[in-house]
Design a protein around this ligand. Sequence first.
Ligand code: VGL
Ligand code: ZN
Length: 177
Amino acid sequence: MKALLIVDLQNDFLPGGALPAPQGNQIIPVINQLMNQFSLVIASRDWHPKDTVHFNEWPVHCVAETKGADFPERLDQSNIGKIVQKGTTNSDDGYSAFEATKLNLDSYLKENRVSELFICGLTTEYCVKKTVLNALELGYETVVVKNAVAGVQAQAGDEEKAWKEMKNSGAQLITFA
Ligand code: VGL
Ligand code: ZN
């Protein structure tokens, strides 16, 4: 069985948000179409407390229950079957969706007989990359949908480096058309 995992497609990671991926808006219509190909769609949310060690490194973003942590209105939420939250304590970065705090995502996927995991969302260099590397370590056949992922592009070359790392670790990179 295959499943789609949408990583952190949240207002704060989109233009106008606290930690935006400049091209983030372009992936929303792609993901809305992509979801139709899957019977199981899971979305992760960065879901931080107001005070967390995580904000020593990053601007304040995705504080639980705020507008910045919401999904954008243009995202079709009707196909999302499960939402998981990560980075929920004041000592936890929670970069990977596999670090979700209330649900063991690995067990959940295995209970649902998922062996092939398609991953998309935000951001290339951080949470998508960490989630992809974890998925590979956990034995999933891992496919990253390149045109449904965007990066923060804080430093030139970082995004390209992240793509190389994912590929060299065994992820399959595809473009959804
Ligand atoms: C992320 C930085 C801090 C991400 C989350 O979702 O990629 N990046 N928190
Ligand atoms: Zn965060």
